[in-house]
Design a protein around this ligand. Structure first.
Ligand code: GLU
Length: 488
């Protein structure tokens, strides 16, 4: 998809954009497709999306794929897949930077023609030597402007550098960090076109943000050093400067920047691990943003309450326990029919076809308080659908002792004879056994529970047994008796 050419052309020269950009909020998410959509990227996307949605604006997706060696189609797909799963829908795009090289070169040529950029053919050796000299003098390494006044042959190998202003400073009000001032003397004459003819990151971002009429650039604070450079480029081109909001970085629980080695950082990994998208979104929104001490936010509430002014400056720490807690909240409170639908593939992963057993919605209602993820919910619910291989060791040690043989046999006899397999009658059969054996309820119920469930967490025993079905219950009680007998 291309940006309409008319709008692009007029924007560069348009004197009225300022008025226009105040009217309509336009944000963007601009990932480089060099890996999956990770937690940090998803948080950036969410904040940009929320800000656009809150203000009735537009959210644009731009794929920054100019690094041809590291960008892959798989990664683009992974990013799109992650955004779809999270429900972060975009109004325009995806725009691919590799489709826009002509446009970037047009802008670079315009800068050259106006003397705002210049060709540079400094050799690697010269630049290396310069760096060494500057380092020796304890100066910040930067290009010395050697080619600023030279007339470099356009037909010989060269790069194009932006003529950064030498005087004054760049000041901008970051919506998270507050006012930031950088002296121009500290900024380099940035390379905007490499010797192979390809444009560089800061140039492409500036052209795109302007062409796409972005009003608010919301991105990770690893880009904060690029912002003054981008503002200088925008000003040189006579383009409006958007607002900027740099989001605090996310740390792992060891205090280091969140990375692969902290575990599941790919968004899609959370789907596979049994998280609900709304739980992950709710967790992500709290990474760097708060609204009083509220923890649970529906999507509508997020859109209503989100405010860049409430984004923290300080880094936030990823906390898996809290994510699990939020996920459990959504598993517990969501529509059980939806949970069952989302649970079904996880049952499939265990080789279980939910059609061959009790209604999965009923299982969700019975079990959902006991699991923090859908993977766990599937695991503790498998016994409703198939016999288990082994008893939980701890549960068996406690409940399946030789003293349990008599109650198990006695209750089995009564269960076998029941006219109907409903929880009330099952309960009565257990009570009658307790009475006949003159023992405590637990002495009968505990072994039966472990026999039927294998020791998995489960609700009321009579309900559990009704759902498991008579045939399976009797078979499992027999199996438990045989197991105890074999051990003693
Ligand atoms: N493509 C950059 C990245 O993935 C983001 C650039 C920007 O947001 O300005 O880090």
């Amino acid at each position: 998809m291309q940006i309409p050419a008319g709008r692009t052309a007029s924007l560069i020269k348009c004197a009225f954009c300022l008025g226009h950009r105040i009217m309509t909020i336009r944000t963007r998410f601009a990932p480089s497709p060099t890996g999956y959509l990770h937690v940090g990227g998803a948080r950036t996307a969410l904040f940009s999306w929320l800000f656009a949605r809150k203000h009735g604006g537009k959210f644009i997706l731009r794929i920054e794929d100019t690094d041809l060696e590291r960008s892959t189609k798989e990664s683009v797909n992974a990013i799109l897949e992650g955004m779809t799963w999270l429900g972060l829908d975009y109004d325009e795009g995806p725009f691919y930077q590799t489709h826009r090289f002509e446009r970037y070169n047009e802008v670079i040529d315009e800068l050259l023609a106006k003397g705002l950029a210049y060709r540079c053919d400094c050799s690697k050796e010269r630049l290396e030597q310069l760096r060494e000299e500057q380092k020796a003098k304890k100066l910040k390494p930067r290009y010395d402007g050697f080619c600023r006044t030279r007339d470099v042959d356009p037909d010989k190998p060269h790069v194009v550098r932006f003529r950064n202003p030498e005087e004054g400073s760049v000041v901008f009000r970051d919506l998270v960090r507050g006012t930031i001032r950088v002296n121009n003397a500290e900024l380099d004459d940035l390379i905007i076109r490499r010797s192979d003819g390809s444009p560089t990151y800061n140039l492409t971002v500036v052209v795109d943000d302007a062409d796409m009429e972005i009003t608010h650039v919301i991105r990770g604070d690893d880009h904060i050093n690029n912002t003054p450079r981008q503002i200088n480029l925008l000003k040189a081109l006579g383009l409006p400067v958007p607002e900027y909001a740099h989001l605090p970085m996310i740390l792992g629980d060891d205090g280091a920047r969140l990375s692969k080695r902290h575990g599941a950082v790919s968004v899609m990994q959370y789907l596979h691990d049994g998280f609900l998208p709304e739980a992950l979104l709710n967790y992500l929104v709290r990474l760097g943003w708060s609204h009083g001490d509220q923890e649970i936010f529906s999507l509508d509430e997020m859109v209503e309450l989100f405010d860049l002014a409430e984004v923290n400056k300080a880094p936030s720490t990823f906390n898996t326990e809290k994510l699990l807690w939020i996920n459990q909240h959504y598993i517990k409170h969501d529509d059980p029919k939806r949970i069952a639908r989302l649970l079904s593939p996880h049952m499939g992963d265990l080789g279980i076809d939910p059609a061959e057993g009790p209604d999965l919605v009923q299982v969700v209602e019975a079990q959902r308080e006991r699991a923090s993820t859908l993977v766990e919910l599937a695991r503790i619910s498998a016994f409703y659908y198939r016999d288990f291989e082994e008893f939980d060791e701890k549960a068996a040690k406690k409940a399946l002792k030789s003293a349990a043989i008599e109650p198990l046999k006695a209750v089995r006899q009564r269960l076998e004879k029941l006219d109907s397999w409903v929880r009330e009658d099952i309960h009565a059969a257990i009570e009658a056994t307790v009475k006949a054996l003159e023992t405590g309820f637990g002495k009968v119920a505990m072994p039966v529970r472990v026999a039927v469930t294998g020791g998995a967490p489960s609700p009321d025993l009579d309900l559990t047994m009704e759902m498991v079905g008579r045939e399976a219950c009797l078979r499992r009680i027999d199996k438990a008796i045989a197991w105890i007998e074999a051990k003693t």
